[in-house]
Design a protein around this ligand. Structure first.
Ligand code: IMP
Length: 428
C-alpha cells in the first residue's frame, strides 16, 4: 500500500492532524488537496503546541516532503508567515521540503473583505464562515477570474488582470458597504509574495507521479470533514470545496486508480463550528462538559465548537461517500469520567426510522436521533498502553462502533501527544 487518503468523517476537527502526524513516520510525502487557511491542525510535540493552517503537519518530520496541491486556495501572507515561524523554531522549510502547486489559487485581499461583508449582510442566515476569504476565492476560480500562484511571478500580466478584476470587486464591496481597494497596494504586496514563493512553485502532479513510480509512500491529508463538502454536505452550511476523498485526485493531479486506501477519522463524539443542522447536538451541561474537557475551540477562529454525542448514521454515510476501508478513533480519553454515554444509531423521521442522512436541509432539521445508551468508564485513558488494558466499558464502546460501521479501527488516539496512540492494526 503506497497511497493513502485521510478524511474526516464528521464536520471537521476530528483530530486528523494528530493521526497524520503519527502516520507520517512511515510516509515520504504528505499532500494537501483542498481548503485553505480555514483549516487548522493543532499538534503537541514534546509538550509544545503548534497550530498549522496551510503547511501539512508532516513538516515536523525531517524525512518527509510536504506538498500543497492545486486544489488548495493559498493566502500567501499566511503561508509566508507560517514558513517564517517554522524557520524560527529551527524547522527546515526549504523548496526541497515544501512544494507548492503553481496552479493553486491565490486568496486576494478582496476575497477576505467580501467574505466578511457578505456574512455581515446575511446576518441571521449567515453560514458562520471562518472569514478567511475561502468561498470568494473558489468562486473566482470557478468563474475563471482567479489568480493562480504562478501568475504572481509575471508582473506585467498580473497588473493588467488585477486592474480589471478589482473594478468589479470594488463595485461589489461598495454595494456591501465595505471600503474599496487600491490596485497599486495589492500589486506591490503580491509581486513581493510571488518573488518569495517562486522557488517553491512546481508541477505537483508530475512530482507525485514520479514519486509513486519510485515506490514512495504518499499520504493525502483532507481538510475540514465529509459533511462540510460543497456537494454532499449540509448545504449551504458547508465550505466551498469538495472535502471527500475523490477530490484528492482533482486537487493534486493523481489518477483515481493510484489511490490504494482511504482512512476515515472519527472523533468519539461529534462537533461542528458555524451554523447548520446537527442532530445529536447537546445544548446542555453535557455539551459544555465535552467542550471544556475536549478543548473544543476552533484552532483558526477560537470559536467555541458545538458538541454532541457520536452520530454513527452520519459516519456510516461518510464511509459510503469516501470508500473508507480503515478507521482511526480519536479523543476517546475525553469521554472518561462520564457515567452514561449515548451513541446515535438511527433517526426518527415522520414516524419512520431512517438509517442514512436526509438529502435535504429541511428534513435534516426535522430528524430526531435514536440512541443506544452505554455505561461509561472512569480510568484516564492517556495512561493506557494497549487495547487489551482498556476498561471493558471502553472496549464495548469501540466494538459497537466497529460493528455498526462494518469497518475496522486501526488506531485509537487517547490524548494529544504522539505517544497517546493505541495501534490495533498495521497500515504499512
Ligand atoms: P469557510 O470554509 O470559511 O467558508 O466556512 C464555511 C463553514 O465551514 C463554516 O461553518 C466553518 O466553520 C466551517 N469550517 C471551515 N473550515 C473548517 C475546519 O477546518 N474545521 C471545522 N469547520 C470548518
Amino acid at each position: 500500500m503506497s497511497s493513502l487518503v485521510v478524511i474526516g468523517t464528521q464536520w471537521g476537527d476530528e483530530g486528523k492532524g494528530k493521526i497524520v502526524d503519527v502516520l507520517t513516520e512511515k510516509v515520504d510525502y504528505v499532500i494537501r488537496f483542498q481548503g485553505g487557511n480555514n483549516a487548522g491542525h493543532t499538534l503537541v510535540i514534546n509538550q509544545k503546541k503548534y497550530i498549522l493552517h496551510l503547511i501539512p503537519s508532516g513538516i515536523f518530520h525531517s524525512h518527509t516532503v510536504c506538498i500543497i496541491g492545486n486544489g488548495v486556495v493559498v493566502d500567501p501572507e499566511v503561508l509566508i508567515e507560517e514558513i517564517e515561524n517554522l524557520k524560527k523554531e529551527g524547522i527546515e522549510v526549504t523548496p526541497e521540503k515544501l512544494i507548492i502547486s503553481e496552479k493553486a489559487h491565490t486568496i486576494m485581499p478582496y476575497h477576505k473583505k467580501l467574505d466578511l461583508a457578505r456574512e455581515a449582510k446575511l446576518n441571521r442566515s449567515r453560514i458562520g464562515t471562518t472569514g478567511r476569504g475561502i468561498g470568494p476565492c473558489y468562486e473566482d476560480k470557478i468563474g475563471r477570474r482567479g489568480f493562480r500562484l504562478s501568475e504572481l511571478t509575471s508582473p506585467e500580466t498580473f497588473k493588467e488582470k488585477l486592474k480589471v478584476v478589482l473594478e468589479e470587486k470594488n463595485y461589489l464591496l461598495k454595494y456591501l458597504g465595505s471600503e474599496p481597494l487600491v490596485w497599486e497596494e495589492i500589486y506591490e504586496k503580491y509581486i513581493e509574495y510571488g518573488n518569495y514563493l517562486k522557488p517553491y512553485l512546481r508541477d505537483v502532479s508530475l512530482i507525485i507521479w514520479e514519486a509513486k513510480k519510485k515506490g514512495k509512500r504518499l499520504l493525502f491529508e483532507g481538510a475540514q470533514g465529509t459533511f462540510l463538502d460543497i456537494d454532499h454536505g449540509t448545504y449551504p452550511y458547508v465550505t466551498s470545496s469538495n472535502t471527500l476523498a475523490g477530490n484528492a485526485c482533482c486537487g493534486t493531479g493523481i489518477g483515481p486508480c493510484e489511490i490504494d486506501l482511504v482512512m476515515g477519522i472519527v472523533k468519539a463524539y461529534t462537533t461542528r463550528v458555524g451554523e447548520g443542522p446537527f442532530p445529536t447536538e447537546l445544548k446542555d451541561e453535557m455539551g459544555e462538559y465535552l467542550r471544556e474537557k475536549g478543548g473544543e475551540y476552533g484552532s483558526t477562529t477560537g470559536r467555541p465548537r458545538r458538541c454532541g454525542w457520536l452520530d454513527l448514521v452520519l459516519v456510516k454515510t461518510a464511509i459510503r461517500l469516501n470508500s473508507i476501508k480503515a478507521l482511526a478513533l480519536t479523543k476517546l480519553d475525553v469521554l472518561s469520567g462520564l457515567e452514561k454515554l449515548k451513541i446515535c444509531i438511527g433517526y426518527q423521521w415522520e414516524g419512520k426510522e431512517l438509517y442514512t442522512i436526509p438529502s435535504t436541509l429541511g428534513d435534516f432539521y426535522k430528524i430526531k436521533p435514536i440512541y443506544k445508551e452505554l455505561s461509561g468508564w472512569k480510568e484516564d485513558l492517556s495512561q493506557i498502553s494497549s487495547f487489551e488494558k482498556l476498561p471493558s466499558e471502553a472496549k464495548l464502546y469501540i466494538e459497537l462502533i466497529e460493528e455498526y460501521l462494518e469497518t475496522p479501527i486501526y488506531l485509537i488516539s487517547t490524548g494529544p501527544e504522539r505517544k497517546n496512540c493505541l495501534i490495533l492494526r498495521n497500515l504499512f
